[in-house]
Design a protein around this ligand. Structure first.
Ligand code: ZN
Length: 867
């Protein structure tokens, strides 16, 4: 599954962020978290044959599912299946013998006529019907959205296929499958495995698609998509590679999918197991709640990933496409045997996505991707909770699909590769995949396979990174002893240690650059505090701690401005140049810093370093910095222009900044840069920009990013004049991305106010009740935005409705979001300090202070120069 990308794409749906440190996930999901184990099994399913007929208007399914299975022990008298809110009409054996059954609307218990033994094989069939509330989704147009297409699609992970057919719905049993679906004849059906046949019944105007997957897999990977699609076809070494996009959107497919064939080859070669299924299909769907889902041989993707030539400057689909394809091995061919091991699916898919980027675009883009993962993990650890990667205390399986599983999981693989080296790492990965293909696995299986292949004992590694939590928080200092020609490096680990968080042990590289050249030394970190004495020819010009970023860590590294400027101008590593920008931003506006940043902004060959320079200039906040930034508005890369636009918002007190931003909004060719310009206009808090911001409503763009940014901008402007318009755009019928952004803005605009004045006055209560009504919205992503907005609004009166929402809502992610919102409101209610607000204020004051300090420094310099 890929929830992270969807967040990037949605752009405005915010994850809550407030300080709740030192909690574990169990404490976080207080009162609802419990210990989970995979269920014990009594039978082994060998094959599933599902025949269904779907009605896209009535939203119903009529089905017949036949299981061929064998008891695991003797004397099996009953078969229990997961089956939620389906009407079961009949169950029978292959010879026609009817079977008695009990259907509790959660479990279906089928009585066998006589006890069966482990050498028996049984085929039993269940006939059923229903209107699924989950698992299978019926998309259709209505009066408010007349252009929405008819689609039917399933989403099985985590445990939702039980809502549309009875089955064994846990990932510790694997079987082959057939899905035979009858739909209206204008539709195409996409499912798992090979397309055996398509037959048409002219009399009923229907078509029947028969798909068959011969590679045994777990239940959540079964899928179906029904819709009006255009098929685009390629061939990978005899395997059909299919892309299904809505009719009329074929032209957009190339931007999203053009690297699929390279990825198939890269993963097949690296893993040492060729793509193992009958075909590979990627289908885009409407109203998907995730970015993508790796259903076996048939990935589902959000249609938001389709984009045009202009959006392609800012939007890349390759990460999402590579992530879901990597899952075809990691998740589908080998599957985590219970959710506590989900990193074996998601951490792997996230890392292999990064590995494809490394292969395709090189080391700099790879480092950037890993940096993004690192930030998302550190953010979750700092603001939400800390947990070991393998962890079975949770409320819903979905709770584990977090940044610990995805981002930290990816980093763990990266560290393992760094410690073993490429040769042993890939030898181990090949062995693991070949040894456990078509099996359900846990972390011990992975460790053991890596040890078998490499001869290395990896207990120390798995113990600290998989079964314990946290990361090393290093403080590094160095000094030079000229008499003995020795560099002294002191390293301490400052993380708070407890039963979860250890002192970490690992080898680390340190590099020293002196006039004659660069020397890399490896030191062994074992203790909380250590000093290393290293002989060197002369005092180093630059010292690099873990220069290749092999370790997941934070570093507080004391260095002189001179040394940082050297690093920024001379390091061949783009990530080190970016890091130097970050640190230098805090050193104020000394002339040589500004000059160097100017040079970097205009000349650095890697766009992310130019972005870092722009950000640093925004933080320095001097007139000269603004003048330099203005030049960056003509950077050829729209991503750099976006950073420049965002940095310019920091100069909100300068009279011409609003005009500069407005001009950029009018003239920039990138949708995303124009959206950023509107948001920056909002951040100026200048009342005159209100009407300029509203101009954004006139422009079409990819996923409506410009219109959506109007509401983000209004929330930033915090001008209550906009509230009527924001409410209007929150209504059902407005374009989805715009609507969600408006809902989000509503919570922000009304926060902390008893009433909001506009042409009419809206009381806080009125806005809260308006949002509460939207909790019943049919769309997943809208309910998500509403829950977020209520959390932001912070009105304790909303808790009762949010609690009812948690009770009635079926989608785990929304339940989990609503629990967070309640927690957030309660924390405010208890009169506790709003740490986040306070932190913002402190940061603002620090920034002001820094601005004053740099202005003072410049004045002093000017005065001394005049002397
Ligand atoms: Zn995934």
């Amino acid at each position: 599954m890929q929830p992270r990308k969807i967040l990037l794409l949605l752009f405005f749906i915010q994850i809550f962020c407030w300080t709740a440190p030192n909690l574990t996930l169990a404490q976080y999901a207080e009162g609802v978290a419990k210990v989970h184990y995979a269920p014990s099994r009594t039978y082994d399913i060998l094959h599933m044959k599902l025949e269904i007929s779907l009605d896209e208007i009535r939203k119903t399914v009529y089905g017949k599912v036949a299981y061929t299975l064998t008891p695991l022990n003797n004397n099996l008298k009953e078969i229990v299946l997961d089956c939620v809110d389906l009407t079961v009409t009949k169950t029978y054996l292959a010879d026609g013998t009817n079977l008695a059954f009990e259907n509790s609307n959660v479990k279906l218990k089928i009585k066998l006529p006589q006890a069966k033994n482990s050498d028996d094989r049984i085929t039993l069939t269940i006939e059923y019907s229903g209107s699924p509330k989950m698992g299978l989704y019926f998309i259709q147009p209505d009066k408010s959205y007349p252009h929405k297409p008819y689609q039917i699609w399933s989403q099985g992970e985590d445990e939702d296929n039980r809502y549309w057919y009875p089955g064994y719905d846990f990932p510790n049993d694997r079987f082959t499958s057939e899905i035979i679906a009858t739909v209206k004849n204008n539709f195409t059906v996409i499912s798992n495995g090979k397309l055996v046949s398509v037959t048409e019944d002219k009399e009923t105007g229907s078509k029947t698609f028969h798909w068959k997957e011969d590679v045994p897999h777990v239940n959540y990977l079964n899928s179906i998509i029904v819709g009006e699609y255009q098929e685009i076809k390629e061939d990978f070494d005899g395997v059909p590679v299919l892309y299904y996009v809505p009719k009329g959107q074929e032209g957009l497919a190339k931007h999203a999918f053009s690297k699929t064939m390279d990825m198939l080859k890269f993963f097949s070669d690296k893993i040492g197991v060729k793509y193992p299924y009958e075909k590979y299909a990627q289908t885009t769907i409407t109203d998907f709640m995730w970015g993508g889902m790796e259903n076996i041989s048939a990935t589902t993707l959000t249609e938001r990933t389709l984009h045009d030539r202009i959006a392609h400057w800012d939007v890349k689909s390759e990460g999402l496409v590579a992530h879901e394809l990597a899952h075809q091995w990691w998740g589908d061919l080998l599957t985590c045997k219970d959710w506590s091991q989900a990193w074996l699916n998601e951490g792997f898919a996230t890392y292999f996505e990064a590995l494809f980027i490394q292969h395709d675009l090189g080391e700099e883009e790879f480092q950037l991707d890993m940096q993004g993962s690192k930030e998302s993990y550190l953010d979750e650890d700092k603001n939400d909770y800390r947990r070991p990667i393998v962890y079975n205390l949770y409320a819903e399986p979905f709770d584990l699909f977090d940044s610990h599983t995805y981002a930290k999981g990816s980093w763990v693989l990266h560290m393992l590769r760094s410690f073993l080296g490429d040769e042993l790492f890939w030898k181990g990965i090949k062995h693991y995949c070949n040894k456990h293909r078509e099996q359900c696995v846990d972390s011990h299986d992975f460790q053991k396979a890596m040890e078998e292949a490499t001869g290395q004992n990896l207990d120390w590694f798995f113990s600290q990174w998989i079964y314990k939590a946290g990361y090393p928080e290093f403080e590094v200092k160095w000094s030079w002893e000229d008499s003995s020609k020795t560099v002294v490096v002191s390293i301490s680990q400052n993380q708070k240690t407890d039963s979860l968080t250890p002192i970490f042990q690992m080898p680390v590289e340190i590099a020293f650059t002196t006039n004659p050249g660069r020397t890399v030394k490896i030191i062994n970190i074992q203790n909380k505090e250590q000093e290393f004495y290293l002989p060197l020819d002369s005092r180093p010009l630059m010292v690099e701690f873990d220069p290749e970023n092999k370790i997941l860590k934070t570093v507080d590294f004391e260095r002189s401005t001179e040394e940082l400027l050297y690093q920024l101008q001379n390091s061949p590593r783009s990530w080190e140049r970016s890091e130097a920008c970050q640190v230098l931003a805090k050193r104020g506006g000394e002339k040589n810093i500004l000059q160097t940043l100017e040079k970097v902004l205009s000349e650095d060959k890697f766009y992310a370093v130019r972005q870092a320079a722009a950000k640093a200039l925004g933080e320095i906040k001097l007139k000269e910095a603004k003048a330099i930034l203005k030049k960056g508005l003509s950077d050829p890369d729209s991503r750099v222009r976006r950073s420049v636009i965002s940095a310019l918002a920091k100069f909100k007190d300068e009279p011409d900044v609003a005009e500069i931003l407005y001009k950029q909004f009018k003239s920039d060719s990138s949708y995303y840069a124009r959206a950023e310009a509107l948001i920056s206009l909002g951040k100026t808090k200048d009342k005159k920009v209100y009407s300029w911001i509203l101009e954004g409503l006139k422009y079409d763009s990819h996923n409506d990013v410009i219109r959506a940014s109007v509401f983000e901008a209004l929330a930033q402007l915090d001008d209550s004049k906009g509230i009527g318009l924001v409410k209007e755009y929150s209504a059902y019928g407005k374009p989805l991305a715009v609507r969600n952004s408006a809902i989000w803005a509503l919570g922000k605009l009304a926060k902390g106010k008893e009433s909001v004045m506009a042409s009419k006055t809206y009381s806080k209560q009125e806005i809260r009740e308006f949002l509460e009504n939207l909790l019943w919205d049919p769309l997943f992503n809208t309910r998500r935005a509403v829950v977020g907005a209520l959390g932001d609004l912070g009105d304790p009166e909303a808790i009762a409705e949010l609690e009812k929402f948690v009770e009635r809502e079926l989608q785990y992610r929304l339940k989990s979001d609503a629990r967070r919102a309640i927690r957030k409101i309660r924390e405010g209610k208890k009169g506790e300090v709003d740490l986040r607000g306070l932190k913002d204020k402190v940061a603002e004051l620090e920034e002001e202070n820094k601005g004053m300090k740099t202005r003072l420094e410049v004045l002093e310099r000017e005065v001394s120069e005049k002397k």
